[in-house]
Design a protein around this ligand. Structure first.
Ligand SMILES: *[C@@H]1O[C@H](CO)[C@@H](O)[C@H](O)[C@H]1NC(C)=O
Ligand SMILES: *[C@@H]1O[C@H](CO)[C@@H](O)[C@H](O)[C@H]1NC(C)=O
Length: 270
């Protein structure tokens, strides 16, 4: 899983090296329930990822690499300097209906395969867990039921575990992977990485994927690959990985993307 397009640099899907024999998911960042000045639109999502990531670019990449799937990630951290948050819509069913139709249109325009859920702030402590679980869980359920998507992923981190656990507990059946943001746990060594992974597996079980932030927080450099091996040594199966982001990797030749795919491919033949 690779996030792409959040910084606005003119990045291309075709820049990213993709190996055969692996499921490669691009996560377009981000589709946002807001107008360009950041005002919420009651569930009407618009695409704010890099303008280079067009429907034609998606089509070209998919025809060259049949193993590629493309997802839209919902929300993210901010839009034009304005922090985004889950606002517990007063009319939940209207929000779901607006989200369903606006995402249906995006999914059909861009020929997307799924959505990723990346709400990162929940100021309404009292109602958030319940409204987030219901609105997002029902939305994913409807999108899957109408065969508009085949993949749904969620992206919790340490301070958002609670609403995402409510969502996961109610709707586990329609959630395929958990892109847990391990880099937010400030873990720097392979041993500690395994410890945090073990802890988070208790919350989100076997659907959780290890993750890496390029030029970012948490474990850095080849220690990440030592952590992946150590996970295997400790009996965890590494079924995939999430990387944030292609934008950051574009200046260093996609080292982590290449090496992660090699790790997963070697792994699957064991
Ligand atoms: C959608 O929901 C209906 C009603 O519950 C069910 O009969 C149908 O099998 C579902 N379709 C899919 C693709 O999940
Ligand atoms: C893992 O969970 C245990 C038990 O809650 C806790 O003591 C420990 O600090 C956690 N480890 C990390 C690295 O967060």
């Amino acid at each position: 899983m690779e996030y792409i397009g959040a910084t606005g640099i003119p990045i291309e899907l075709s820049d990213v090296p993709i190996k055969e024999g692996i499921d490669f998911h691009f996560i377009l960042s981000f589709a946002i329930d807001a107008n360009p000045s950041g005002t919420p639109q009651n569930g009407i999502f618009s695409p704010y990822w890099a303008a280079t990531l067009t429907p034609d670019a998606v089509a070209a990449t998919k025809s060259l690499h049949p193993n590629v799937k493309v997802l839209a990630s919902l929300s993210g951290w901010s839009l034009g300097g304005k922090t985004l948050f889950w606002y517990s819509p007063p009319d939940r069913n209207l929000w779901i209906s607006n989200a369903f139709s606006s995402l249906k249109s995006l999914i059909q325009t861009y020929n997307l395969d799924g959505i990723d859920v990346d709400y990162e702030k929940f100021p309404d402590k009292k109602n958030s867990d319940d409204s987030f679980a219901y609105c997002i869980g029902e939305l994913i359920t409807f999108l899957k039921n109408q065969s508009l998507i085949t993949v749904a992923t969620i992206a919790p981190f340490y301070s958002t575990v609670s609403p995402y656990m409510s969502l996961y507990e109610g709707y586990e059946d329609v959630i395929d992977y958990v892109n847990y943001q391990f880099y937010t746990d400030k873990v720097k060594t392979p041993e500690k990485y395994v410890e945090v992974f073990r802890n988070r597996t208790l919350e989100f079980d076997g659907k959780i994927l290890p993750s890496y932030e390029v030029n970012g927080r948490g474990i850095q450099g080849d220690a990440f690959f030592e952590a992946l091996s150590l996970l295997e040594d400790n009996g965890f199966s590494v079924n995939g990985a999430m990387i944030f982001s292609a934008d950051a990797s574009s200046s260093d030749g996609y080292y982590y993307e290449t090496k992660t795919q090699e790790f997963l491919l070697n792994n699957s033949t064991n």
